[in-house]
Design a protein around this ligand. Structure first.
Ligand code: GLY
Ligand code: MN
Ligand code: MN
Length: 354
């Protein structure tokens, strides 16, 4: 963590910011290593304070040795004020996407300095993974592959979508996953048209496609993977749609590289799905960064402002969703390398018929 704190402090100097208040839990954890549920960081070019309440004081001292741990009870502005006054800062930056209106009002009323909104500062640092972070994500992706194999041996007509989700989640927890960052998607038959079709009580039926999108957390890092499988022969239309998604996913996985924008990466898959005649049925972005959060920078979509650099880990997850019919999605975790990209997910992408 000291390296991360230093990089943030260098960023503050570069931007001529006196100090910053870090309130977003994932950003706080990334910079300080503190994992408690309540706390904020106050950081200037030369100092680093961690404010937390009685429950976490001992934990914070252990997890964040490079921070001065300060006790906080009551109003945050009252806890911060003595430090702000002693430092003589004229302004304090805050994370504009993570501060509530109520907290902003309180800080404005309670602190005698200017509040400066900043966007995505720590998120930009988090987007490029270190070798250690890549290793954690690589191991996590391998466990997701094992979970998919487990699923193939388990799934059968008659089970409900919820039963599939439960078995999969239990398997991952037994393999060391610390929890799931979204409710598992198990969308079978017509429900496949719901990109976020959370597992329901619907039983699986022979001849249906089933889209399973699941996640785990390993060493605090999120994994994310989707496969669509067939329970018995699904028919020509299903095969045509599956193939359109598979080829689009392959194109993006093989051609994505550093220097591309998130818009260009998205277009690799989107153009093929459009050419296949299904453009209107691919209504979400191609993918997203993975790390301490399951959706983080960079964004791969037609509206993305990201540019890809080596060390980013992203999902590549095109899909086609047709109301009244169903859907298909294939999602891998992919590392952007200096020469292109490497898929961390290794499970087959060809249609598996069970
Ligand atoms: N369904 C959430 C995701 O894969 O990003
Ligand atoms: Mn997913
Ligand atoms: Mn995803």
């Amino acid at each position: 963590m000291p390296g991360r704190l230093k990089r943030l402090q260098e960023e503050l100097k570069k931007r001529s910011l006196d100090a910053i208040l870090i309130t977003h839990p994932a950003n706080r954890f990334y910079i300080s290593g503190f994992s408690g549920s309540n706390g904020v960081l106050l950081i200037s070019a030369g100092e680093a304070f961690l404010f937390t309440d009685f429950r976490y004081l001992e934990q914070a001292e252990k997890q964040s040795p490079h921070f001065k741990v300060c006790s906080w009870k009551g109003k945050l502005s009252e806890a911060l004020q003595p430090y702000v006054s002693a430092a003589g800062w004229k302004s304090l930056a805050f994370e504009e996407e993570h501060v509530t209106y109520a907290l902003h009002r309180e800080l404005k009323e309670g602190l005698a300095l200017e509040l400066l909104p900043v966007k995505g500062l720590v998120e930009e640092l988090r987007a490029v993974k270190s070798e250690d972070e890549v290793e954690i994500l690589r191991r996590g992706a391998a466990i997701m592959d094992q979970a998919f194999e487990f699923l193939l041996n388990l799934i059968k007509p008659g089970m409900t979508e919820k039963e599939v989700a439960l078995e999969l989640e239990y398997y991952l927890r037994r393999q060391g996953s610390e929890g799931s960052l979204f409710s598992y998607i198990v969308a079978s038959g017509e429900r496949g048209s719901l990109p976020h079709g959370i597992a329901s009580d619907k039983p699986l039926r022979r001849g249906e496609l089933v889209t399973v999108d699941f996640t785990g957390t390993f060493n605090s890092y999120a994994t994310d993977m989707t496969r669509t499988i067939a329970l018995g022969e699904p028919g020509a239309r299903a095969r045509e749609i599956y193939e359109a998604v598979r080829l689009a996913q392959q194109e993006a996985r093989e051609k994505i590289r550093p220097g591309m924008t998130g818009v260009e990466a998205d277009a690799l898959a989107r153009d093929l799905i459009k050419e296949a005649g299904f453009g209107e049925y691919f209504g979400h972005g191609l993918g997203h960064g993975l790390g301490l959060e399951v959706h983080e920078q960079p964004v791969l979509s037609p509206r993305s402002e990201s540019t890809l650099v080596p060390g980013m880990v992203v999902t590549i997850e095109p899909g086609i969703y047709i109301p009244g019919w169903g859907g298909v999605r294939i999602e891998d975790m992919v590392l952007i390398t200096s020469g292109g990209a490497e898929s961390l997910t290794a499970s087959p992408r060809e249609l598996i018929v069970i």
